[in-house]
Design a protein around this ligand. Sequence first.
Ligand code: SF4
Length: 331
Amino acid sequence: MECDKCGDDAVLHAAYSGLHLCEHHLCRAVEKRLRRRIREDGLVSDDATPEDPETWVIGLSGGKDSVVLTQILHDVFDRDPRIELVALSIHEGIEGYRDRSLEACEELTEELDIRHEVVSYSEEFDVEMDDVVEKDPEGMAACAYCGVFRRDILSRYAETLDADKLLTGHNLDDEAETAMMNFFEGDVDQIAKHFDASLGPFDSDSDAPTERTREDQDHHVPRAKPLRDVPEKEIALYARFQDLPAHITECPHSSEAYRSEMQELMLGLEEDHPGTRHSIMAGYEKLAALAADAYGGDDADADFGECDNCGSPTARDICRKCNLLDALEAV
Ligand code: SF4
């Protein structure tokens, strides 16, 4: 097959758009969608100036998504004095897994000359995921513990690094799976939170069905997912064609059974009905905006206080992370 843009050999048939793309035009298409998402979300604040730049902290795991995100953000903003990029990596204490992906992070950030901070569960919490899995005081999946610890570190270090925004490498597949899981669980609160946490725009010039923006939330550094319009497969191809140092091995503790089921379902739907992921997200974003108007916002913000133990923002007396750490210590 030939590329529909230039006639070279095609490396991808994007069934959802009908386009065949060569290596060059696939890469340009990925970059274009990231730039468009940055524009549509209003990610670059009007207040960002060369004298007073914004700091964007990128959660860099060394996997293909965050590596591609870091590379393209660097290419877009390297000569833009309004934006400073900092990469933040987390070592969970998973033998034979994270060491190798951290090597990928170091190689990339050295090559791009981006400041790189590494934080570990062992230094922060005196635990390692390999031990957490062994002890498992709450009878939960490994990822349930790991997600709580990771979110805590990302939020706290984003503050410590004076971040204006926290960017992660979630792709279209991730987001469509999360959307469907929220629907299937009937979790409207979670849908509202999803909008306020990362989907909503930063300015009100968008065509969203609400004026709601994320400018007024002040208990967390706001998050964004600039790759959320790009299918996972295209990100993997981008990493390969650009020869990026991505580490592509699955974590040995990966345990998100429900998400795996959703992945299977989504793959089948996408094959039979190309464009399913895009249409799910187009409708979900509008519904999430309405749900956030009804369920999120000021009332939810009013419930936020500080953890009595560590001072992190939480709606409870003691935050979830401190509860988990207490349970682990008691084993
Ligand atoms: Fe942590 Fe689960 Fe990711 Fe492994 S797969 S690093 S346990 S969240």
